[in-house]
Write a protein that binds this ligand. Structure first.
Ligand code: PNS
Length: 160
């Protein structure tokens, strides 16, 4: 049985993430979506809230579970007996960083990474752009699931 981990900060989950999660789930027996903190990014949602949104939108995928993690990703993979990390790649701007992380994670633990190229029609979608557009009250329906858009607008209004 192959278990893979799909890690990210998912602040919030986008349609691009969801596309990658669905396609990765079709390649393995079990996929664990692992929600972590990226110390380099300011967050809009608490990790528990991001998990909540992911659980909701991943419900159609029978072999996907969602968990929070803290600490090293490779330690989480070992604890879940996951032998693969799965990440989406939007294009060249993601590649340097992601390949470096993949090489580091393999060196640390032997856990390898597979990359799923984002659907071209979603390659411009990022959580950062979603947060930025939301600050201007823009329509998010091409970027995130409807239930997530409602929560993003509510959070931005409440904090603005
Ligand atoms: O999608 P992101 O926001 O770039 O990913 C965030 C996350 C949490 C998946 C990433 O920062 C991560 O793996 N953090 C855990 C710490 C770790 O294992 N770092 C790699 C070795 S320095």
């Amino acid at each position: 049985m192959t278990t893979a981990v799909c890690p990210g900060s998912f602040d919030p989950v986008t349609l691009g993430h969801l596309d990658v999660i669905g396609r990765a789930a079709a390649l393995v027996d079990e996929l664990v979506v692992a929600v972590g903190r990226n110390s380099g990014k300011r967050s809009l949602f608490a990790v528990a809230e991001r998990v909540e949104m992911l659980v909701e939108v991943c419900a159609p995928f029978a072999n996907v579970t969602v968990e929070e993690f803290d600490g090293l990703l490779v330690e989480f993979c070992t604890a879940r007996a996951a032998t693969l990390i799965c990440k989406g790649l939007r294009g060249a701007s993601d590649t340097d960083y992601e390949v470096q992380m993949a090489q580091l994670n393999r060196r640390l633990s032997g856990v390898d990474t597979i990359f799923v190229p984002t659907a071209p029609e979603l390659s411009f979608v990022s959580s950062t752009r979603v947060r930025e557009l939301a600050a201007y009250g823009a329509d998010l329906s091409d970027l995130v699931p409807a239930s997530v858009a409602v929560r993003v607008h509510a959070r931005v209004q409440a904090s603005g």
